[in-house]
Design a protein around this ligand. Structure first.
Ligand SMILES: [Zn+2]
Length: 350
């Protein structure tokens, strides 16, 4: 907003054009300058986050390793950001009327590609992974998968302990790269039954096809986003005379503003969708494991270890939480178990 209101975006564009007369290269310079600015402004907050995790013993990452991650993250952002933005202005120049539709289609393809590549290309830049060696756990997972009528291609141990005291697990990737990843911090401190309950939850995401569904949801949102961006860009050019033409990449901050406002407005909706998926995966895990007890004790351990807020205010939950609060997840599991035992006692009158 500052760049737009102050007119500095035009100066940065001129600077970029001084650097190169080749349009695509000038766009790259402009993106690079924006990203340097963005990192400099955001760095104090990033460092505060780093210190905060140390103050509460959530992190054991050394300052040097943190700095390395910052540089790596910035470079990854520069590569991905440049590719996306070059594509946007390339379509604007090639097809000014339907650029937003074409750019949207390309974005979806790239989105699927990123989802597929992330666990094999991106994650290993920041953490080490190796195939899970625990034979007992592998066997349990195979059994769980067979019961679900599906196959998960791999389970990987995620070396989180090098940087963090927190524990986590996730389902990641698409197609051949789809895998369950388990933090070594989890494997170390949780019983096999608890890990099985967590595995069952991740398998629940897989069974309910949450990754492809989320991509579809994203596709719908970005379609609307690109359409809105086009409308606003035209309005800024034709009515406000802020820019001369669509292909003037000084309008990039406006595009980013549209996307930021849209993300902010949609955050509660997307989080509600995510919580819905999480509840679905939880319910799947209840039915997949022999007893609900390890699910509950595992949840309690996770809450303690990660310093999770067990019962945030309803408002905080609605806006920010992608997962239901732990207290609610445990309540839901207990309610389900009560329902099951009631059902069992009715079915087999003693
Ligand atoms: Zn989940």
């Amino acid at each position: 907003m500052v760049l737009l209101v102050s007119g500095w975006t035009a100066r940065l564009r001129d600077l970029a054009l001084d650097g190169s007369e080749i349009y695509a290269l000038a766009v790259f310079f402009y993106v690079g300058m924006l990203m340097v600015l963005n990192k400099l402004l955001g760095l104090p907050l990033d460092y505060y986050g780093f210190r905060l995790e140390h103050r509460f013993q959530l992190s054991n990452q050394k300052r040097r390793s943190w700095a390395r991650d910052q540089v790596k993250g910035w470079l990854v952002g520069l590569v991905i950001g440049s590719i996306l933005i070059e594509l946007v202005y390339w379509t604007i120049r090639g097809a000014p009327r339907f650029w937003w539709l074409i750019a949207w289609a390309i974005f979806i393809v790239l989105f699927v590609l990123f989802a597929q590549l992330a666990p094999v290309v991106l994650f290993p830049l920041f953490y080490k992974f190796k195939p899970l060696e625990n034979e007992g756990l592998k066997e349990r997972l195979t059994r769980l998968s067979e019961r679900a009528g599906t196959r998960v291609k791999g389970v990987y141990e995620w070396k989180l302990s090098e940087k963090s005291h927190k524990a986590n697990a996730a389902l990641a990737g698409l197609g051949v790269t789809r895998r369950i990843i388990l933090a070594d911090t989890l494997l170390e401190k949780y019983t096999d039954d608890e890990i099985e309950a967590i595995l069952a939850h991740e398998l629940g995401h897989h069974v309910h096809r949450h990754i492809p569904k989320s991509i579809l949801v994203e596709a719908g949102i970005t379609f609307f986003g690109f359409w809105a961006a086009n409308q606003i860009l035209h309005y800024a050019i034709e009515r406000l005379h802020l820019f001369e033409q669509l292909s003037d990449f000084a309008n990039l901050p406006l595009l980013m503003l549209v996307s930021a406002v849209l993300s902010l407005l949609l955050m509660p909706v997307l989080n509600a969708y995510s919580r819905f998926n999480e509840r679905q995966a939880d319910r799947y895990s209840y039915t997949a494991i022999p007893s609900i007890a390890p699910f509950i004790s595992g949840m309690n351990k996770l809450a303690d270890q990660n310093l999770a807020e067990r019962q945030p205010s309803r408002l905080v939950e609605l806006i920010f939480h992608s997962h239901p609060p732990i207290a609610k997840r445990i309540q839901a599991a207990e309610a389900w178990a009560r329902g099951q035992s009631l059902l069992a006692s009715r079915q087999s009158p003693a």
